[in-house]
Design a protein around this ligand. Structure first.
Ligand code: F3S
Length: 433
Protein backbone atom coordinates (compact mmCIF):
# COMPACT_ATOMS: atom_id res chain seq x y z
CA UNK A 1 0.00 0.00 0.00
CA UNK A 2 1.22 3.52 -0.81
CA UNK A 3 2.67 5.26 2.26
CA UNK A 4 1.14 8.74 2.25
CA UNK A 5 3.29 11.68 3.30
CA UNK A 6 0.23 13.75 4.16
CA UNK A 7 -1.90 13.07 7.22
CA UNK A 8 -4.99 10.99 6.46
CA UNK A 9 -7.97 10.42 8.74
CA UNK A 10 -9.24 6.92 9.51
CA UNK A 11 -11.84 6.91 6.73
CA UNK A 12 -9.26 8.00 4.15
CA UNK A 13 -6.76 5.38 5.37
CA UNK A 14 -9.47 2.70 5.12
CA UNK A 15 -10.29 3.70 1.55
CA UNK A 16 -6.58 3.64 0.67
CA UNK A 17 -6.32 0.19 2.25
CA UNK A 18 -9.10 -1.09 -0.02
CA UNK A 19 -11.91 -1.36 2.53
CA UNK A 20 -14.32 0.24 0.04
CA UNK A 21 -13.02 -1.78 -2.91
CA UNK A 22 -10.08 -1.72 -5.30
CA UNK A 23 -11.35 1.08 -7.52
CA UNK A 24 -11.89 3.49 -4.61
CA UNK A 25 -8.43 2.55 -3.29
CA UNK A 26 -6.81 3.33 -6.65
CA UNK A 27 -8.57 6.69 -6.90
CA UNK A 28 -7.54 7.56 -3.36
CA UNK A 29 -3.93 6.64 -4.10
CA UNK A 30 -3.88 8.88 -7.17
CA UNK A 31 -5.35 11.79 -5.20
CA UNK A 32 -2.93 11.33 -2.29
CA UNK A 33 0.10 11.03 -4.60
CA UNK A 34 -1.05 14.22 -6.37
CA UNK A 35 -1.30 16.04 -3.03
CA UNK A 36 2.02 14.65 -1.80
CA UNK A 37 3.75 15.85 -4.96
CA UNK A 38 2.56 19.40 -4.23
CA UNK A 39 3.26 19.32 -0.48
CA UNK A 40 -0.37 19.06 0.71
CA UNK A 41 -0.68 18.36 4.44
CA UNK A 42 -4.06 16.59 4.23
CA UNK A 43 -7.19 16.13 2.16
CA UNK A 44 -10.12 18.50 2.67
CA UNK A 45 -13.81 17.91 1.89
CA UNK A 46 -15.20 19.27 -1.37
CA UNK A 47 -18.03 21.55 -0.20
CA UNK A 48 -19.54 22.55 -3.57
CA UNK A 49 -20.87 19.19 -4.64
CA UNK A 50 -21.53 19.94 -8.29
CA UNK A 51 -18.32 19.40 -10.22
CA UNK A 52 -17.12 20.68 -13.58
CA UNK A 53 -14.89 18.59 -15.83
CA UNK A 54 -12.70 19.56 -18.75
CA UNK A 55 -12.66 16.31 -20.74
CA UNK A 56 -15.90 16.75 -22.66
CA UNK A 57 -14.76 15.14 -25.89
CA UNK A 58 -14.79 11.46 -26.85
CA UNK A 59 -11.42 11.54 -28.58
CA UNK A 60 -10.65 8.02 -29.79
CA UNK A 61 -6.93 8.54 -29.12
CA UNK A 62 -7.57 8.81 -25.36
CA UNK A 63 -7.57 5.04 -25.24
CA UNK A 64 -7.17 4.75 -21.46
CA UNK A 65 -10.23 6.84 -20.60
CA UNK A 66 -13.02 4.49 -21.75
CA UNK A 67 -11.98 1.32 -19.85
CA UNK A 68 -11.31 3.53 -16.82
CA UNK A 69 -14.86 4.88 -17.06
CA UNK A 70 -16.16 1.30 -17.35
CA UNK A 71 -14.28 0.41 -14.18
CA UNK A 72 -15.79 3.39 -12.31
CA UNK A 73 -19.27 2.41 -13.48
CA UNK A 74 -18.79 -1.27 -12.53
CA UNK A 75 -17.66 -0.20 -9.06
CA UNK A 76 -20.81 1.95 -8.64
CA UNK A 77 -18.84 5.22 -8.43
CA UNK A 78 -20.87 8.42 -8.84
CA UNK A 79 -20.38 12.15 -8.47
CA UNK A 80 -22.90 12.81 -5.71
CA UNK A 81 -23.95 16.31 -6.82
CA UNK A 82 -23.69 15.73 -10.58
CA UNK A 83 -21.45 17.78 -12.87
CA UNK A 84 -21.24 20.01 -15.89
CA UNK A 85 -18.73 19.54 -18.70
CA UNK A 86 -16.76 21.68 -21.10
CA UNK A 87 -18.47 22.32 -24.46
CA UNK A 88 -19.20 19.61 -26.96
CA UNK A 89 -16.70 19.52 -29.83
CA UNK A 90 -19.11 19.38 -32.77
CA UNK A 91 -22.22 21.20 -34.00
CA UNK A 92 -22.67 20.43 -37.70
CA UNK A 93 -25.97 22.36 -37.82
CA UNK A 94 -24.44 25.71 -36.91
CA UNK A 95 -20.77 25.16 -37.76
CA UNK A 96 -20.85 23.63 -41.20
CA UNK A 97 -18.03 21.27 -42.16
CA UNK A 98 -17.07 19.83 -45.52
CA UNK A 99 -17.15 16.03 -46.10
CA UNK A 100 -13.41 15.66 -45.46
CA UNK A 101 -13.58 17.54 -42.17
CA UNK A 102 -16.54 15.41 -41.12
CA UNK A 103 -14.70 12.22 -42.07
CA UNK A 104 -11.80 13.19 -39.80
CA UNK A 105 -14.09 14.30 -36.95
CA UNK A 106 -16.37 11.26 -37.10
CA UNK A 107 -13.87 8.51 -37.81
CA UNK A 108 -10.53 9.60 -36.40
CA UNK A 109 -11.16 12.24 -33.74
CA UNK A 110 -14.40 12.30 -31.75
CA UNK A 111 -15.44 8.77 -32.68
CA UNK A 112 -16.06 7.89 -29.01
CA UNK A 113 -18.36 10.86 -28.25
CA UNK A 114 -21.58 8.85 -27.96
CA UNK A 115 -20.04 6.04 -25.92
CA UNK A 116 -18.29 8.53 -23.63
CA UNK A 117 -21.43 10.60 -23.01
CA UNK A 118 -23.31 7.41 -22.09
CA UNK A 119 -20.53 6.57 -19.64
CA UNK A 120 -20.67 10.09 -18.17
CA UNK A 121 -24.40 9.75 -17.56
CA UNK A 122 -23.78 6.59 -15.58
CA UNK A 123 -21.46 8.41 -13.17
CA UNK A 124 -23.78 11.37 -12.61
CA UNK A 125 -24.11 13.60 -15.70
CA UNK A 126 -27.71 14.85 -15.84
CA UNK A 127 -29.49 16.69 -18.69
CA UNK A 128 -26.71 16.12 -21.23
CA UNK A 129 -28.31 18.53 -23.71
CA UNK A 130 -27.74 21.42 -21.29
CA UNK A 131 -24.65 20.40 -19.37
CA UNK A 132 -21.86 21.27 -21.83
CA UNK A 133 -20.23 24.71 -21.50
CA UNK A 134 -17.03 26.19 -20.09
CA UNK A 135 -19.14 28.95 -18.45
CA UNK A 136 -20.95 26.57 -16.09
CA UNK A 137 -20.75 29.24 -13.36
CA UNK A 138 -23.14 31.67 -15.09
CA UNK A 139 -26.57 31.90 -13.50
CA UNK A 140 -28.29 30.38 -16.56
CA UNK A 141 -26.07 27.26 -16.28
CA UNK A 142 -26.61 27.10 -12.52
CA UNK A 143 -23.30 25.61 -11.36
CA UNK A 144 -22.27 28.62 -9.27
CA UNK A 145 -20.13 28.03 -6.15
CA UNK A 146 -20.24 30.40 -3.18
CA UNK A 147 -17.33 32.31 -1.64
CA UNK A 148 -15.17 29.91 0.38
CA UNK A 149 -16.54 26.75 -1.28
CA UNK A 150 -13.95 24.07 -2.03
CA UNK A 151 -14.18 22.55 -5.51
CA UNK A 152 -12.85 19.63 -7.47
CA UNK A 153 -13.07 21.26 -10.90
CA UNK A 154 -10.92 21.59 -13.98
CA UNK A 155 -10.99 23.86 -17.10
CA UNK A 156 -8.57 26.71 -16.66
CA UNK A 157 -11.04 29.49 -17.58
CA UNK A 158 -13.71 28.16 -15.17
CA UNK A 159 -11.25 27.58 -12.32
CA UNK A 160 -9.76 31.07 -12.56
CA UNK A 161 -13.27 32.58 -12.62
CA UNK A 162 -14.45 30.51 -9.64
CA UNK A 163 -11.35 31.38 -7.60
CA UNK A 164 -11.15 35.06 -8.48
CA UNK A 165 -14.66 36.34 -9.15
CA UNK A 166 -16.65 33.99 -6.89
CA UNK A 167 -14.02 33.57 -4.16
CA UNK A 168 -14.29 29.77 -4.28
CA UNK A 169 -11.21 27.58 -3.77
CA UNK A 170 -9.92 25.23 -6.43
CA UNK A 171 -6.57 24.19 -7.83
CA UNK A 172 -5.90 23.91 -11.56
CA UNK A 173 -6.63 20.19 -11.59
CA UNK A 174 -6.22 18.05 -14.67
CA UNK A 175 -8.94 16.00 -16.36
CA UNK A 176 -9.63 12.69 -14.51
CA UNK A 177 -8.05 14.02 -11.28
CA UNK A 178 -11.04 16.41 -11.11
CA UNK A 179 -13.33 13.37 -11.43
CA UNK A 180 -11.55 11.30 -8.78
CA UNK A 181 -11.73 14.23 -6.33
CA UNK A 182 -15.42 14.75 -7.04
CA UNK A 183 -16.26 11.06 -6.58
CA UNK A 184 -14.27 10.80 -3.34
CA UNK A 185 -15.54 14.22 -2.17
CA UNK A 186 -11.97 15.25 -1.25
CA UNK A 187 -9.19 17.37 -2.65
CA UNK A 188 -5.58 17.88 -1.49
CA UNK A 189 -5.00 20.90 0.72
CA UNK A 190 -2.42 23.02 -1.11
CA UNK A 191 -2.16 26.02 -3.42
CA UNK A 192 -5.38 27.97 -3.92
CA UNK A 193 -7.20 25.93 -1.26
CA UNK A 194 -5.08 27.59 1.46
CA UNK A 195 -5.07 31.25 2.65
CA UNK A 196 -1.32 31.51 2.02
CA UNK A 197 -1.66 30.17 -1.53
CA UNK A 198 -4.15 32.92 -2.33
CA UNK A 199 -1.77 35.77 -1.57
CA UNK A 200 -0.47 37.88 -4.44
CA UNK A 201 3.09 37.53 -5.76
CA UNK A 202 2.61 40.46 -8.15
CA UNK A 203 1.23 43.96 -7.89
CA UNK A 204 0.05 44.98 -11.35
CA UNK A 205 -0.20 48.74 -11.74
CA UNK A 206 -2.50 49.71 -14.59
CA UNK A 207 -1.81 53.14 -16.08
CA UNK A 208 -3.78 52.88 -19.31
CA UNK A 209 -5.59 55.96 -20.65
CA UNK A 210 -8.80 54.00 -21.30
CA UNK A 211 -10.42 50.68 -20.37
CA UNK A 212 -8.09 48.03 -21.80
CA UNK A 213 -9.27 45.19 -24.01
CA UNK A 214 -9.90 42.42 -21.45
CA UNK A 215 -8.21 39.82 -23.64
CA UNK A 216 -5.00 41.86 -24.07
CA UNK A 217 -4.68 42.97 -20.45
CA UNK A 218 -5.20 39.35 -19.34
CA UNK A 219 -2.65 38.20 -21.88
CA UNK A 220 -0.02 40.73 -20.72
CA UNK A 221 -0.47 39.68 -17.10
CA UNK A 222 -0.48 35.95 -17.90
CA UNK A 223 2.73 36.22 -19.93
CA UNK A 224 4.44 38.12 -17.09
CA UNK A 225 3.29 36.28 -13.95
CA UNK A 226 2.80 32.77 -15.44
CA UNK A 227 1.35 30.62 -12.60
CA UNK A 228 1.70 33.23 -9.84
CA UNK A 229 -1.07 35.37 -8.34
CA UNK A 230 -1.52 38.98 -9.57
CA UNK A 231 -3.23 41.80 -7.63
CA UNK A 232 -4.37 44.44 -10.11
CA UNK A 233 -4.51 48.11 -9.12
CA UNK A 234 -6.15 50.74 -11.33
CA UNK A 235 -8.64 48.57 -13.23
CA UNK A 236 -11.51 49.21 -10.80
CA UNK A 237 -12.15 52.68 -12.21
CA UNK A 238 -13.31 51.07 -15.47
CA UNK A 239 -15.54 48.41 -13.89
CA UNK A 240 -18.85 48.58 -12.05
CA UNK A 241 -19.29 46.57 -8.87
CA UNK A 242 -19.99 42.85 -9.12
CA UNK A 243 -22.37 41.28 -10.02
CA UNK A 244 -22.73 43.82 -12.85
CA UNK A 245 -23.12 41.83 -16.07
CA UNK A 246 -20.49 43.80 -18.02
CA UNK A 247 -17.98 43.34 -15.21
CA UNK A 248 -18.67 39.59 -15.07
CA UNK A 249 -18.14 39.29 -18.82
CA UNK A 250 -14.98 41.40 -18.71
CA UNK A 251 -13.48 39.34 -15.88
CA UNK A 252 -14.44 36.09 -17.62
CA UNK A 253 -12.52 37.07 -20.76
CA UNK A 254 -9.66 38.68 -18.84
CA UNK A 255 -9.27 35.57 -16.66
CA UNK A 256 -9.32 33.15 -19.59
CA UNK A 257 -6.49 35.14 -21.19
CA UNK A 258 -4.40 35.12 -17.97
CA UNK A 259 -4.97 31.37 -17.65
CA UNK A 260 -4.09 30.50 -21.25
CA UNK A 261 -1.37 33.04 -22.14
CA UNK A 262 0.14 32.21 -18.75
CA UNK A 263 -1.12 29.70 -16.19
CA UNK A 264 -2.93 31.99 -13.75
CA UNK A 265 -5.46 30.23 -11.51
CA UNK A 266 -6.38 33.19 -9.27
CA UNK A 267 -6.24 36.97 -9.61
CA UNK A 268 -7.41 39.82 -7.41
CA UNK A 269 -8.79 43.12 -8.75
CA UNK A 270 -8.57 45.90 -6.18
CA UNK A 271 -12.01 47.03 -4.93
CA UNK A 272 -13.80 44.55 -7.23
CA UNK A 273 -13.14 40.84 -6.55
CA UNK A 274 -14.35 39.49 -3.20
CA UNK A 275 -11.05 38.84 -1.42
CA UNK A 276 -9.52 42.10 -2.65
CA UNK A 277 -12.58 43.92 -1.26
CA UNK A 278 -12.27 42.14 2.06
CA UNK A 279 -8.51 42.13 2.58
CA UNK A 280 -7.16 44.81 0.22
CA UNK A 281 -3.38 45.13 0.17
CA UNK A 282 -3.06 42.59 3.00
CA UNK A 283 -3.21 40.10 0.13
CA UNK A 284 0.19 41.27 -1.13
CA UNK A 285 3.15 39.08 -0.15
CA UNK A 286 6.06 40.87 1.57
CA UNK A 287 8.37 40.38 -1.41
CA UNK A 288 5.75 41.36 -4.00
CA UNK A 289 7.03 42.11 -7.52
CA UNK A 290 5.65 44.98 -9.63
CA UNK A 291 4.61 45.23 -13.27
CA UNK A 292 3.39 48.53 -14.73
CA UNK A 293 1.05 48.29 -17.71
CA UNK A 294 0.40 51.40 -19.80
CA UNK A 295 -0.94 51.96 -23.33
CA UNK A 296 2.48 51.29 -24.90
CA UNK A 297 2.84 47.97 -23.05
CA UNK A 298 -0.64 46.84 -24.13
CA UNK A 299 0.20 47.71 -27.74
CA UNK A 300 3.57 45.93 -27.47
CA UNK A 301 1.83 42.76 -26.28
CA UNK A 302 -0.80 42.97 -29.03
CA UNK A 303 1.86 43.42 -31.73
CA UNK A 304 3.92 40.53 -30.36
CA UNK A 305 1.38 37.83 -31.27
CA UNK A 306 2.74 35.66 -34.08
CA UNK A 307 0.52 35.60 -37.17
CA UNK A 308 0.18 32.04 -38.38
CA UNK A 309 -1.64 32.84 -41.62
CA UNK A 310 0.35 32.32 -44.80
CA UNK A 311 -0.80 35.72 -46.16
CA UNK A 312 -1.76 38.80 -44.13
CA UNK A 313 -4.73 39.50 -46.43
CA UNK A 314 -5.86 35.87 -46.70
CA UNK A 315 -9.55 35.17 -47.31
CA UNK A 316 -11.02 34.32 -43.93
CA UNK A 317 -12.85 31.01 -43.78
CA UNK A 318 -14.54 31.60 -40.41
CA UNK A 319 -14.59 33.96 -37.43
CA UNK A 320 -15.22 32.66 -33.91
CA UNK A 321 -16.51 35.05 -31.25
CA UNK A 322 -16.90 33.65 -27.74
CA UNK A 323 -14.13 31.61 -26.18
CA UNK A 324 -14.98 31.33 -23.29
CA UNK A 325 -18.67 31.11 -24.16
CA UNK A 326 -20.48 34.46 -24.36
CA UNK A 327 -22.80 35.69 -21.63
CA UNK A 328 -26.36 36.69 -22.54
CA UNK A 329 -25.41 40.37 -22.32
CA UNK A 330 -22.45 39.80 -24.66
CA UNK A 331 -24.69 38.05 -27.19
CA UNK A 332 -27.10 40.99 -27.00
CA UNK A 333 -24.32 43.55 -27.37
CA UNK A 334 -22.73 41.72 -30.29
CA UNK A 335 -26.12 41.52 -32.02
CA UNK A 336 -26.72 45.27 -31.68
CA UNK A 337 -23.18 46.05 -32.80
CA UNK A 338 -23.39 43.72 -35.81
CA UNK A 339 -26.76 45.15 -36.91
CA UNK A 340 -25.42 48.72 -36.59
CA UNK A 341 -22.15 47.74 -38.26
CA UNK A 342 -24.03 46.41 -41.31
CA UNK A 343 -26.02 49.65 -41.50
CA UNK A 344 -22.72 51.56 -41.60
CA UNK A 345 -21.22 49.38 -44.31
CA UNK A 346 -24.47 49.31 -46.30
CA UNK A 347 -24.36 45.51 -46.49
CA UNK A 348 -27.20 43.12 -45.71
CA UNK A 349 -25.13 40.14 -44.61
CA UNK A 350 -21.84 39.56 -42.83
CA UNK A 351 -18.92 39.28 -45.24
CA UNK A 352 -17.18 36.60 -43.12
CA UNK A 353 -18.82 33.40 -41.90
CA UNK A 354 -19.17 34.18 -38.19
CA UNK A 355 -20.00 31.87 -35.28
CA UNK A 356 -20.89 33.27 -31.86
CA UNK A 357 -20.53 30.60 -29.19
CA UNK A 358 -22.39 30.37 -25.92
CA UNK A 359 -23.74 27.81 -23.46
CA UNK A 360 -26.91 25.85 -24.27
CA UNK A 361 -28.71 27.54 -21.34
CA UNK A 362 -27.78 31.07 -22.47
CA UNK A 363 -28.68 30.24 -26.09
CA UNK A 364 -32.14 29.09 -24.92
CA UNK A 365 -32.66 32.44 -23.16
CA UNK A 366 -31.35 34.35 -26.17
CA UNK A 367 -33.70 32.47 -28.50
CA UNK A 368 -36.65 33.99 -26.60
CA UNK A 369 -35.53 37.48 -27.65
CA UNK A 370 -36.30 39.22 -30.96
CA UNK A 371 -32.58 39.86 -31.26
CA UNK A 372 -31.96 36.16 -31.95
CA UNK A 373 -33.79 36.32 -35.30
CA UNK A 374 -32.14 39.67 -36.06
CA UNK A 375 -28.74 38.12 -35.52
CA UNK A 376 -29.52 35.10 -37.70
CA UNK A 377 -30.78 37.46 -40.43
CA UNK A 378 -27.25 38.90 -40.67
CA UNK A 379 -25.96 35.43 -41.62
CA UNK A 380 -24.29 34.86 -38.22
CA UNK A 381 -24.57 31.49 -36.48
CA UNK A 382 -25.00 30.76 -32.78
CA UNK A 383 -23.47 27.55 -31.47
CA UNK A 384 -22.60 25.71 -28.25
CA UNK A 385 -19.39 24.39 -29.82
CA UNK A 386 -15.86 24.77 -28.46
CA UNK A 387 -13.95 26.44 -31.33
CA UNK A 388 -10.67 25.02 -30.07
CA UNK A 389 -11.92 21.44 -30.37
CA UNK A 390 -13.16 22.30 -33.87
CA UNK A 391 -9.77 23.76 -34.86
CA UNK A 392 -7.95 20.69 -33.49
CA UNK A 393 -9.05 18.88 -36.65
CA UNK A 394 -5.96 19.25 -38.90
CA UNK A 395 -8.20 20.01 -41.91
CA UNK A 396 -10.24 22.68 -40.03
CA UNK A 397 -7.17 24.04 -38.25
CA UNK A 398 -5.43 24.73 -41.57
CA UNK A 399 -8.29 26.96 -42.74
CA UNK A 400 -7.96 30.70 -42.23
CA UNK A 401 -9.63 31.44 -38.89
CA UNK A 402 -9.94 34.68 -36.96
CA UNK A 403 -11.14 35.33 -33.44
CA UNK A 404 -11.46 37.81 -30.59
CA UNK A 405 -10.24 35.12 -28.16
CA UNK A 406 -6.71 35.15 -26.90
CA UNK A 407 -7.12 31.57 -25.70
CA UNK A 408 -8.10 30.38 -29.18
CA UNK A 409 -5.19 32.35 -30.67
CA UNK A 410 -2.78 30.67 -28.25
CA UNK A 411 -3.78 27.09 -28.99
CA UNK A 412 -4.56 27.27 -32.73
CA UNK A 413 -3.50 29.12 -35.89
CA UNK A 414 -6.44 31.51 -35.57
CA UNK A 415 -5.46 35.18 -35.78
CA UNK A 416 -6.53 37.46 -32.94
CA UNK A 417 -8.13 40.84 -33.47
CA UNK A 418 -9.60 43.29 -30.96
CA UNK A 419 -13.41 43.32 -30.63
CA UNK A 420 -13.84 46.53 -32.64
CA UNK A 421 -11.59 45.25 -35.43
CA UNK A 422 -13.51 41.98 -35.57
CA UNK A 423 -16.77 43.91 -35.80
CA UNK A 424 -15.52 46.14 -38.61
CA UNK A 425 -14.08 43.20 -40.56
CA UNK A 426 -17.08 40.87 -40.35
CA UNK A 427 -19.52 43.67 -41.25
CA UNK A 428 -17.43 44.78 -44.21
CA UNK A 429 -16.41 48.19 -42.85
CA UNK A 430 -12.74 47.28 -42.90
CA UNK A 431 -10.54 44.98 -44.96
CA UNK A 432 -8.76 42.09 -43.28
CA UNK A 433 -5.04 42.69 -43.36
FE1 F3S B 1 -14.33 27.34 -23.59
FE2 F3S B 1 -13.36 25.87 -25.52
FE3 F3S B 1 -12.65 28.37 -25.28
S1 F3S B 1 -13.65 25.25 -23.44
S2 F3S B 1 -12.67 28.73 -23.10
S3 F3S B 1 -14.72 27.63 -25.75
S4 F3S B 1 -11.29 26.70 -25.74
Amino acid sequence: MYQAKMKLNQEEQDILAGKQGKTMAKMMEVLVRYGDAFGADCLVPVTHKKAHFVTSFGLGLLKGVYPLMDELIAAGCKVEGGFSMDPRPLDYKNVKCDPLEKLVFNNFMYNKQKVYEEQLQKIGLKDPEDAFSCTCYLKEMGNTPKKGDILSWSESSAVVFANSVLGARCNRNSGILDMFGAILGKTPNFGFITDEGRKADWKIILKASKKPEAQILGSAIGIKVMAEVPYVVGLDKYLKDLPDEDTLAYLKDFGAATASNGAVGLYHIENITPEAKELGTKLLKDNVKEYVIDDAELERIYKSYPIMWKKMDAKVHRCFIGCPHLTLKQLENWTDDIVNGLKKSGKKKLVIDTVLTSSPAVIKEFQKEERYQKLLATGAHVSYICPLMYADNPISGKKVLMTNSNKLRTYTKARYFKDQEVLEMITGQKEVK
